[in-house]
Design a protein around this ligand. Structure first.
Ligand code: PMP
Length: 432
């Protein structure tokens, strides 16, 4: 049956590389063709053929209140009437900056940009300028956007598609990035001892969420903080996913650690394109025009993204929000775990707050080496069977499920029942 999605994908492939504007959307890792969506409402998505899905991608994180939240839609309608961009200061930039500084303990000053990639790119440049050093440390399987220096052994689409490194990145650039296993504090301690004086910064997802969800081991983040401080290495928490999700103040609030710089995006923009980087005043004051480190943006701080972000953060300050998100997430995690157990599926569910991954693995993963053997083929089969039954998840074993405040208990229970049914049928399917 030639669905409208299929027709659109055919056309899209003639016009757009791979038919998509971001690689993981293309279903390459799970087989088949991507769906095209017409609209979303709350936790639901509707494809162009009129099918309804419970969505656990949520635009890869930003939509913590669900699709087309009325408060945000109303604000955007109002904002658009006043003009979408001035290329000059507007009061909403000050208000959103104030909310960010009040919410995130490691941020004393913040600069708005247009994507998570821009945020990490800018943070890296700033850390190098501030320290006068060149080397960057990142963890295998962590994804920080498509910055040249950070695509080395990266997670997300790079891991999903098995891309070893990306052509177009000069070897001289890649050589400046040192990669360590996530959760291995000893490896970083050794490296810092040997080369600490050459290392500008260490960038890490405090909760890894781009190789599937992998929680930090107890003491890992504290150890990174201690060692980086000792060697005057700038510690960057990439909270593009975890920011405003694990707590209002992100992972740094949850684990009570203050990094030197923090990168943000996703939730901060209320579903509009955004990114931000911020941190200690002493470092941020090196950014132009206060300081000498150049970074700029035509649409940075535009009133649409600012006003959506303000509405988002104000709503997240309401009491009980994170407790509700935790309860919904815990319900889903418990249900999926039980469903896998009942079906005798070798699976491990990892979770921190509203981020979780059902790994088709026999043991808990702690880093990329232990996550990579997950049965991606089995996942592909699970993914498609869930999709046929109206559950939309990221088309990769190595991504998170995003629970939102728009998901109802009924929708979560329906998801669990669907997973139970799906996993049971998979047990008997030889190709699974
Ligand atoms: N950092 C992290 C932790 C991310 O998950 C992502 C994107 N998923 C980015 C940076 C890049 O953000 P963007 O896609 O907005 O450039």
């Amino acid at each position: 049956m030639a669905t409208l999605s299929r027709k659109l994908f055919e056309k899209a492939r003639e016009l757009i590389p791979g038919g998509v504007n971001s690689p993981v959307r293309a279903f390459k890792a799970v087989g088949g063709e991507p769906l095209f969506f017409a609209r979303g409402a709350g936790a639901l998505l509707y494809d162009v053929d009129g099918n309804e899905y419970i969505d656990y991608v949520m635009s890869w994180g930003p939509l913590i209140f669900g699709h087309a939240q009325p408060e945000i839609v109303r604000e955007l309608q109002e904002a658009a009437k006043d003009g979408t961009s001035f290329g000059a200061p507007n009061p909403h930039e000050v208000e959103l900056a104030r909310l960010v500084v009040e919410s995130v303990s490691g941020i004393e000053k913040v600069r708005m940009v247009n994507s998570g990639t821009e945020a990490t790119l800018s943070a890296l440049r700033l850390a190098r300028a501030f320290t006068g050093r060149e080397l960057v440390v990142k963890m295998e399987g962590c994804y920080h956007g498509h910055v040249d220096a950070l695509l080395v052994k990266a997670g997300s689409g790079v891991a999903t598609l098995g891309i070893p490194g990306t052509p177009g990145i000069p070897a001289r650039v890649a050589e400046q990035t040192l990669v360590l296993p996530y959760n291995d504090l000893d490896a970083f301690a050794r490296l810092a001892k040997e080369r600490g004086r050459e290392i500008a910064c260490l960038i890490v997802e405090p909760v890894a969420a781009n190789m599937g969800v992998i929680p930090p081991r107890r003491g890992y983040l504290e150890g990174l903080r201690e060692i980086t401080a000792k060697h005057d290495i700038v510690l960057i928490f990439d909270e593009v996913i975890t920011g405003f999700r694990l707590a209002l103040g992100g992972a740094q609030e949850l684990y009570r650690i203050s990094p030197d710089l923090t990168t943000l995006g996703k939730i901060l923009g209320g579903g509009l394109p955004i990114g931000a980087y911020g941190g200690r005043e002493e470092i941020m004051d090196r950014v132009a025009p206060e300081g000498d480190v150049y970074q700029a943006g035509t649409l940075a701080g535009n009133p649409l993204a600012m006003r959506a972000g303000i509405v988002m953060l104000k709503q997240l300050r309401q009491p009980g929000i994170y407790a509700k998100l935790e309860a919904l997430s815990e319900r889903l995690a418990r249900g999926l775990t039980a469903a896998a157990e009942e079906a005798g599926t070798p699976a491990r569910l990892t979770r921190v707050g509203s981020l979780m991954t059902l790994f088709f693995l026999g043991a808990d993963p702690t880093d990329w080496t232990t996550a990579a053997p997950a049965d991606a083929k089995r996942f592909g089969s699970y993914f498609h069977r869930m999709l046929e039954r109206g559950i939309y998840q990221a088309p990769s074993q190595f991504e998170a499920l995003f629970v939102s405040l728009a998901h109802t208990e009924e929708q979560i229970d329906r998801t669990i029942a669907t997973a139970r049914e799906t996993l049971k049928t998979m047990r008997w399917a030889p190709e699974a």
